[in-house]
Design a protein. Structure first.
Length: 144
């Protein structure tokens, strides 16, 4: 499965397997962020199993589950905290990578990053931020 590059230090991906965790380690990933709630699908690995595999390989692991109900301020703040703490590369994943790319963009917009640049970075990685455009603008505007 491909890991899509949002920035030099931020990657997103669809659901990871244990083998993908090892591949991430081989690529130098220092932190994995799981944005998929456990039990969302019968065929997904348990978050605890992925966390154990990551830690065995020296990768920090954080779960910030995002359901299809949407995003909350605590989730955006948790993502921001990881982005601020981890030097990267960071790999975030969910079912398709979309929620991970959205959460990354929201955290970045909240720090005043240029929204047009966020759209370009996500688009280059194969993700469309237009469903959250108003939220991005609101967050970016709140820092201006």
């Amino acid at each position: 499965m491909p890991f899509s590059k949002l920035t030099e230090t931020m990657l997103v991906a669809p659901q990871l397997s244990i083998a993908d965790v090892a591949r991430a380690a081989d690529m130098g990933v220092k932190c994995i962020i799981n944005n998929r709630p456990d039990g969302e699908s019968d065929d997904q690995p348990a978050g605890a199993d992925l966390a154990a595999a990551a830690r065995e390989l020296g990768i920090n692991y954080t779960a910030i589950p995002v359901s299809h109900a949407g995003f909350s301020a605590p989730q955006v703040e948790a993502m921001r905290a990881v982005l601020d703490k981890e030097p990267g590369p960071i790999l975030a994943f969910c079912r398709s990578g979309t929620r991970s790319s959205f959460l990354w963009a929201l955290a970045e917009a909240g720090e005043g990053k240029d929204v047009a640049t966020l759209h370009q970075q996500a688009s280059a990685a194969g993700y469309d931020l237009s469903p959250i455009a108003a939220m991005l603008d609101m967050l970016a505007g709140g820092r201006a």
